[in-house]
Design a protein around this ligand. Structure first.
Ligand SMILES: *Cc1c(COP(=O)(O)O)cnc(C)c1O
Length: 388
């Protein structure tokens, strides 16, 4: 790999050489038939990833644009939205809802925990919601949402399910035709970005709408957006030779290559790999006395928020580790200084994570903590092979 540093923050994630190569290919006009064919191919791959019979949108923007597109095209001003929040990114829907005059209710979990299904059930009975947002993996806490339980509860009450997959897509299952619960309920909208578990540089917003969600858009008379109005993008997604706004040509090259890698690996295998990576990293770090914020039963497979043991200084730890070429992220909000976040998603490999476990141990030793590096690396290898 061309990378000089190992970017183990929860996005962007390590970019492999073939994606860099694709990105550095000659910039062509956005209506050049060769580019149009590739844009079309990347859209097809996106449909396959989500297994949707609806519409997908691949446009320039970050994950936040994707959140905005998901929301403004399904929930009109004055309609009601329930936000199931397991951290900072769940909370972002509060700001978004407010910006667009949407009536919001929020269920906030204690950081590190899931929102209780009974709470969701209670809110759904009390109010009529147009939609409910669920953050599949919250990047601040490393907590995953339990779609198996939540989707049926929301759908039974007739609301749309919007899944924020920015830190989950291509690592955790988001099959839009998968039937949840006895009545066969499905997810309506999934939104994501290019730079997390898909492993492509930042800059693409990716959203998928099923037929129910597309019908909801049609009922909204005036969407308070222009670039984010999916009605402007539907003709382009169906025929990318048409123009609405110039697509980021080189990022589309990179995305098409990134999606090829995702589909070539195979979704089932890729999801299992992420499950094992998450478990193995957390098991190994426990050897150092580093405890994950989230219990293993609710932990995301894409990233972990890890509490420091007594006496480890956040700034010293992360800068010493960075000198060894491993970049991890600080924790957010009230956990800043008390924890760090490590990504183990996308095109990250077993060898990379084994090296990271080793270097985290070496860093702790250098900072004067007595830990067994060999034992942690052994634990990592044992756990990683236990699942895959
Ligand atoms: C990173 C992230 C976002 C925001 O994406 P940007 O690309 O930074 O705009 C939203 N939701 C989740 C779950 C994320 O991890």
């Amino acid at each position: 790999m061309r990378n000089e540093e190992m970017l183990l923050i929860p996005g962007p994630t390590p970019v492999v050489d073939s994606i860099y190569d694709a990105m550095a290919s000659e910039t062509r006009g956005h209506t050049d038939p060769r580019f149009v064919a590739q844009y079309k191919a990347s859209i097809e791959k996106t449909r396959e990833l989500f297994n949707t019979d609806g519409e997908v949108f691949v446009v320039a923007g970050s994950g936040t644009i994707a959140m905005e597109m998901a929301l403004v095209n399904t929930v009109a001003a004055g309609e009601r939205l329930l936000i199931i929040s397991q951290g900072y990114f769940g909370d972002r829907f509060i700001q978004l809802g407010k910006a667009f005059g949407i009536e919001i209710d929020v269920l906030q979990a204690e950081w590190g925990k899931q929102v209780a299904a009974e709470e969701v059930e209670r809110m759904m009975k009390e109010h009529t919601y147009k939609a409910v947002t669920i953050t599949h993996a919250d990047t601040s806490t490393g907590v995953a949402a339990d779609l198996e339980t939540l989707v049926p509860i929301v759908k039974q009450h007739g609301a749309l399910v919007i899944v924020d997959g920015v830190c989950a897509t291509a690592a955790m299952e988001e099959d839009m035709q998968k039937e949840y619960g006895d009545a066969g309920h499905t997810i309506d909208v999934v939104l994501t970005g290019s730079q997390k578990a898909i492993g492509v540089p930042p800059g693409l917003a990716i959203v998928a709408f099923n037929q129910t969600a597309l019908a909801a858009r049609k009922k909204i008379e005036r969407v308070p957006a222009y670039y984010c109005d999916i009605a402007n993008w539907i003709p382009i997604m169906q025929d990318p030779s048409k123009y609405f706004a110039t697509p980021p040509v080189n990022l589309i090259y990179a995305y098409d290559e990134g999606m090829k890698l995702v589909l070539d690996e195979g979704l089932t295998k890729r999801y299992a790999r992420h499950t094992s990576f998450g478990r193995a990293v957390r098991a190994a770090l426990k050897v150092y006395g580093m405890q994950p914020l989230a219990d293993e039963t609710v932990a995301a497979s894409t990233l972990s928020c890890i509490l420091y043991p007594e006496g480890v200084d956040d700034a010293a730890f992360r800068s010493t580790l960075a000198k060894k070429g491993i970049i991890v992220a600080g924790a957010l909000a009230h956990l800043a200084g008390k924890a760090f976040r490590i990504g183990h998603m996308g095109n990250t490999t077993e060898d990379m994570l084994a090296t990271a476990v080793e270097q985290i141990g070496n860093t702790l030793v250098e900072l004067g903590h007595e830990v067994s590096v060999d034992e942690a690396v052994r634990r990592f290898k044992e756990e990683v092979s236990a699942v895959v």
